[in-house]
Design a binder for this molecule. Structure first.
Ligand code: NAD
Length: 488
């Protein structure tokens, strides 16, 4: 496949009250292809806080009517959106790879799951969330109903720039909320493409509003009293700042943040299964998954053989332009992201880590060779999240030490173990401090119909995203006591 691409000059990229606007008080932004040294993918106007406030106003105005629509109408829009995404998989996947850098195979997968998310949440819109409770008063019914949360701010990262917005926007609008969406600045055009899908699917004006702008513009959404809740996925410092601002005005906040995910490998593990799975989980998507395997804990005698197999896997990774055939690992998203990985690797080596294996990587301002380190749990890189393709093998003497090491960071998103011992499996399910516990499986990957989220600093305290729990964040529960009007 060729990588040549004509830049899109994109106007009308803010969607407010059904109008595509080009207002650019923040100047102009450029979406850049990380595989081609920042070659422009497209340019777009940048909004500021006042444009974001207009978007909140549009969402506020649209709320009353959307809230009252039937669940059938909302489900129909989501189903139509899913069908449109399916029709456009290739177009959307190419745009995703051009902006974000992941391989075209990864991009196709992400787009396909996004369609599935809209389809699933359309189905969930038809499932009753009401409950009936017994009453001590004859003739009375106690019934809980759900009201939409209201106007929802959706703030999303660049690493899954169509899927993560889908996780949030689909259940939000299914439950009768209206949305103001601020996507990440590195991946604006795929956000525009998703918003176009939803308008074409028949979403009424003002139900979804999209504003493109810098992170600081997000403050205008977060601090706006008219926004009833904010759902955020991104880094810990930004997430905690949003939490503080939203909860200070008694708004509702949902956070999905960083991770430092361990995989423990025991000496009874099937290494034919474990080694390739760990390499994929550590380095797939160029290590830019919140659930990527950052620490590999080898227990006892398995260490040498595991390291040898992991090294062979890393050396075999094909790094390059994600649109090219045969490439398994794309570039990092930006020169800044590459600089972070370069610095983190230098610090790790200075602190005593040993480089066990790297793969070849092309020259280019965003390419970084996937790197396997051997180290210990006192290294900065084994406690702080580095959002790139670096993973560290640690040695644990026994099961107790391995579990303690796995739980020793401030994060708790995902964790996995490889073993055939049912006692260890049971212990892992109960004692690994992570929202996702995977047994003989990668720390990465989840299914959209099951709840998703982390523990400790990896999440807030809101209900889980995805699955049948997604609706909980986006609705308020009201308890109705209903008695007949006439005394008998
Ligand atoms: P980020 O925190 O820098 O940015 C996330 C979003 O917040 C972007 O849209 C950004 O423009 C916006 N933003 C920045 N400053 C803001 C502010 N002051 N107010 C409001 N919005 C603001 O994160 P990122 O670099 O885009 O993404 C990488 C991080 O996301 C990693 O830490 C990764 O672990 C995490 N992540 C977590 C999950 C999860 O489900 N737990 C999934 C994907 C990514």
């Amino acid at each position: 496949m060729t990588t040549s691409h004509t830049p899109l000059v994109t106007e009308g990229t803010h969607l407010i009250a059904g109008e595509w606007l080009s207002t650019s008080p923040g100047g102009s932004g450029t979406s850049e292809n990380p595989a081609r040294d920042g070659e422009p993918v497209g340019s777009f106007p940048l909004a500021d806080g006042s444009v974001a406030a207009d978007a909140v106003g549009a969402a506020t105005d649209a709320l009353e009517n959307w809230r009252k629509t039937s669940f059938w109408q909302r489900a129909k829009v989501l189903e139509t959106a899913a069908a449109l995404i399916d029709q456009r998989v290739e177009e959307l996947a190419v745009l995703l790879t051009l902006e974000e850098g992941k391989t075209i195979a990864e991009a196709r997968g992400e787009v396909a799951i996004t369609a599935e998310t809209f389809r699933y949440q359309a189905g969930m819109a038809k499932v009753s969330t009401e409950r009936i409770y017994p009453s001590g008063t004859p003739g009375e019914t106690i019934r809980t109903v759900r009201a939409p949360l209201g106007v929802v701010g959706v703030i999303t990262p660049w690493n899954f720039p169509i899927l993560i917005p889908g996780w949030k926007i689909a259940p939000a609008i299914a439950a009768g909320n209206t949305v103001v969406w601020k996507p990440a600045s590195n991946t604006p055009l795929i956000a525009v493409a998703l918003a176009q899908v939803l308008t074409e699917a028949g979403l009424p004006d003002g139900v979804l509003n999209l504003v493109l702008g810098p992170g600081s513009m997000g403050n205008a959404i977060v601090n706006d009293e008219r926004v009833h809740g904010v759902t955020f996925t991104g880094s810990v410092p930004v997430g905690f700042g949003i939490r503080d601002a939203v909860t200070a005005r008694n708004g509702r906040v949902q956070l999905e943040l960083g991770g430092h995910n361990p995989s423990i490998v025991f000496d009874d593990a099937d290494l034919d299964l474990a080694a390739p799975m760990i390499v994929g989980a550590a380095f797939g998507s160029t290590g830019q998954k919140c659930t990527a395997t950052r620490r590999i804990i080898a227990v006892g005698s398995v260490y040498d053989e595991l390291v040898e197999r992991l090294a062979t896997g890393v050396q075999g990774l094909a790094v390059g332009d994600g649109l090219q055939d045969g490439v398994g690992i794309g570039p990092l998203v930006s020169p800044g992201a590459r600089a972070e990985s370069v610095d983190a690797l230098a610090t790790a080596v200075a602190e005593g880590a040993e480089v066990i294996a790297t793969s070849d990587a092309p020259d280019g301002e965003c390419f970084f060779a996937p790197t396997l380190l051997a180290g210990n749990d006192r290294l900065s890189i084994t406690t702080e999240e580095v959002f790139g393709p670096i993973s560290t093998v640690l040695r644990a003497a026994d099961e107790d030490e391995a579990f303690a090491m796995a739980n020793s960071t401030e994060f708790g998103l995902s964790a996995s173990i490889y073993t055939n011992d049912m006692w260890r499996i049971d212990r892992a399910v109960h004692e690994l401090e992570a929202g996702l516990v995977k047994i003989n499986a990668a720390t990465t990957g989840s299914e959209i119909h099951a709840p998703f989220g982390g523990e400790k600093q990896s999440s807030g305290h809101a209900p889980r995203e995805q699955g049948d729990t997604a609706v909980d964040f986006f609705t308020r529960t009201r308890t109705a006591y209903i008695r007949p009007g006439t005394i008998r």
